[in-house]
Design a protein around this ligand. Structure first.
Ligand SMILES: [Fe+2]
Length: 418
């Protein structure tokens, strides 16, 4: 099932072997687990062989970029990648981007942010973060880094019981897009490089939302779902709502949500009135808040991806139906500005939950020296599972605040789906 793209390239580096002249990028579908609906996930994710992602020529990079936007998740195996190379690769997707997706070091200084304990910056390449579990010594200029794999037990309203955890049950931690969602634009890609990957038994990810849904996953998997599928699965009235809507995010959303609890699926926040009041947040300005379309247009395929970070969403702004549209069965035909958090969350959950069904999730089975590059504007992802303190895991993660905001659907597309 290996597909060859015949694309000889001009190497910027001195040829080291005769093979260089004939090398081609080789791609193969990702190994989709038995739990997944292969027909629905067809084309989602590819493994790329035959190139060194740390030293791509401009021609190779162009191919990789096309592959990313066409397949959303790229896997490279057995990769050696320095933090500098990872930064350069990430930056190549958005050459004028510069700072880490959450702002360099800002997250660490904002100690109230729920992201604070999860990220350690690589000193000489601060856009690259060390994430993982356990204590890592003498790592890229960090003498000692204590890492904690985030787990649902510190974030969800309810928890898997101790006994069930011992039996291997777990949950998705938080479905999200990598983005500050305040002031900065959502990164185009995220690169995740597995350096230390503890082996262990599979776990069963339980949804605990009354559906009985569960999914067997590799220990410490990163789970991905397609934002395109999330949109495509919607019935017509919700497609109409999605293409007409924008989400306004809370200011400093990760501080705002810090006192809250998540739903058992990790897909948004329970409405309990626990959000930090806006006057208790670090200083913020209305003009820096992010209002982004619900649906983002893929710059290469033109496909529409449902891209909402449900935890940070505060308001929905719905445009009225365009002229000539059929009002029958339409939701908010005259438009709306929905500020009630419970309503905002219920609408988003209704639209996003179908796409995290067990058969639609790609849980990546990490091996050491795997590099995963994902289209952060085309997928949602979640940390999954729980490690014991002695299970040391070390990953490098990089994403860069983008040079622009994502584009929404065109007026023609709004007309088509409205
Ligand atoms: Fe993430």
């Amino acid at each position: 099932m290996t597909q060859l793209i015949r694309a000889p390239y001009l190497s910027l580096f001195p040829p080291t072997s005769a093979l260089d002249d004939t090398m081609a990028i080789e791609i193969a579908p990702l190994a989709i687990p038995a739990t997944a609906d292969a027909s629905k996930l067809a084309g989602f994710g590819v493994e790329i062989k035959g190139v060194n992602p740390g030293e791509l020529t401009p021609e190779q990079f162009k191919e990789i970029e096309q592959l990313l936007y066409n397949h959303d998740v790229l896997l490279f195996r057995d990769v050696d990648l320095t933090p500098e190379q990872q930064y350069r690769l990430t930056k190549a997707f958005d050459p004028t981007s510069e700072s880490y997706g959450h702002g360099n070091n800002k997250t660490e200084k904002t100690t109230k942010s729920i992201l604070h304990p999860d990220l350690k910056t690589i000193p000489r390449q601060p856009q690259v973060q060390l994430i993982g579990n356990g204590t890592v010594y003498n790592h890229e200029g960090l003498a000692e880094a204590m890492l904690k794999h985030p787990s649902h037990t510190t974030f969800h309203k309810t928890q898997v019981s101790r006994e069930d955890e011992e039996k291997g049950y777990t949950r998705f931690y938080r479905w999200h897009i990598d983005a500050a969602l305040y002031d900065l634009s959502p990164p185009k890609v995220t690169t995740l490089y597995g350096i230390k990957v503890p082996k262990g038994h599979k776990q069963i990810c339980r949804y605990d939302d009354g559906t009985g849904d569960e999914l067997e996953v590799p220990l410490g998997t990163t789970a991905f779902v397609s934002g395109k599928l999330m949109f495509d699965l919607l019935p017509p009235e919700l497609k109409s709502l999605a293409v007409r809507s924008k989400v306004k995010y809370a200011p400093h959303p990760y501080v705002w949500m810090a006192p809250t609890h998540a739903m058992p699926t990790g897909l948004g926040i329970e409405t309990e009135g626990l959000e930090l009041p806006l006057d208790q947040l670090p200083p913020w300005e209305e003009s820096r808040r992010k209002t982004l379309p619900v649906v983002w247009k893929n710059p290469v395929t033109g496909n529409l991806h449902f891209q909402v970070h449900p935890c940070g969403a505060a308001e929905l702004l719905v445009d009225p139906l365009p002229e000539g549209a059929n009002h029958e069965g339409a939701l908010y035909p005259d438009g709306a500005h929905i500020t009630d958090l419970g309503t905002v969350r219920a609408l988003l959950y209704k639209m996003q939950r179908p796409a995290i069904a067990p058969s639609l999730v790609y849980p990546h089975d990490w091996h050491e020296r795997d590099l995963v590059v994902f289209h952060n504007r085309g997928v949602l992802h979640s940390v999954v599972g729980a490690f014991k303190p002695h299970q040391v895991r070390a990953f490098h993660q990089c994403n860069l605040a983008a040079s622009d905001d994502p584009a929404g659907p065109t007026p023609e597309e709004v007309k088509k789906y409205a």
